[in-house]
Each structure stands twice: as C-alpha cells, then as structure tokens.
Design a protein around this ligand. Structure first.
Ligand code: SF4
Length: 139
C-alpha cells in the first residue's frame, strides 16, 4: 500500500501550538486508501502542547514569542521526523503550510506580527534535502 507522511494536526490531532488541530478535508480525501505515517516535528522535538508560538528569525534560529531559543527542539524534531518516515519506507509527505516546522510555501516572518512571507519550515527543508517529496495540497 502506498505510504504517505502527514503533519498530524491536518488529521485532527490536537498538537498545534494552541492545543487545537488543523483538520483538512482535502487531506482526508487525498489519503484515502493510503497508509499514513503521522509526524509532528515540534512535539517530537520535545515541545509541549499547547506551547508558545515560534517563528524562524532572519538568522535561521527559531525563537518563541518569549524570546527563548527553541532551535534545538526544532532540529531534533526534523531529525526524528525523517527517521520515522525512513523507518516506514515513506518518501512523500503532506505538510501544514505556514508552520515554522511544516510550512512549504510560506512561513511567518519572525516578527510575531502575523506576517507571512515566502519560505519553508525547518522540517520541510530538511525532508526535501533528504529526498522526501512534499505534496502540495491547500493546507
Ligand atoms: Fe502541525 Fe507541523 Fe505544527 Fe506539528 S509542527 S502542529 S504537525 S504544523
């Protein structure tokens, strides 16, 4: 059976920073008949849910809104996400756009003022660098 990795929040898991989910019907339709491998890089990296929102800064570090450097947790999350996908022989993912981990077209600009810019999340970049294909759905 075809395997696909999915940002867990897109399938209704309450792992979003505010304790909610991003359930997405288009994703649900897309995964029908496929085996799903759930990832949530921020939780896998050790961050709590709910958690303080985080944004990637111009220098590549990830800070939360209280100015705490969470880059290490984000990096751990990206490595564990890749490991889980590889262990499951999964080479494609559907990710949640706009997230500092999972964004694939846009991310917030680092100023915590709700401004989206073109860019990709920490995990997205790492997965692509490691030959995991990102499926672009409207997430
Ligand atoms: Fe969803 Fe990714 Fe954020 Fe986890 S890190 S809540 S999977 S967007």
């Amino acid at each position: 059976m075809e395997k696909i990795g999915v940002s867990a929040c897109l399938l209704g898991i309450n792992c979003k920073y505010n304790g909610k989910d991003n359930l997405n019907l288009e994703v649900l339709r897309y995964i029908a008949g496929k085996e799903v491998v759930l990832i949530c890089p921020e939780v896998m990296g050790g961050l709590s849910t709910p958690r303080i929102p985080c944004e990637i800064q111009a220098n590549g570090k990830v800070l939360n809104q209280n100015n705490v450097d969470v880059t290490e947790a984000f990096n751990l999350g990206k490595h564990l996400s890749l490991t889980k996908l590889k262990e499951n022989d999964c080479n494609q993912v559907i990710l949640k756009d706009g997230s500092p981990s999972c964004g694939f077209l846009s991310i917030y600009d680092g100023s915590f003022t709700n401004k989206l810019i073109k860019g990709q999340g920490v995990t997205t970049k790492f997965l692509k660098d490691n030959h995991i294909q990102v499926i672009h759905l409207d997430t």
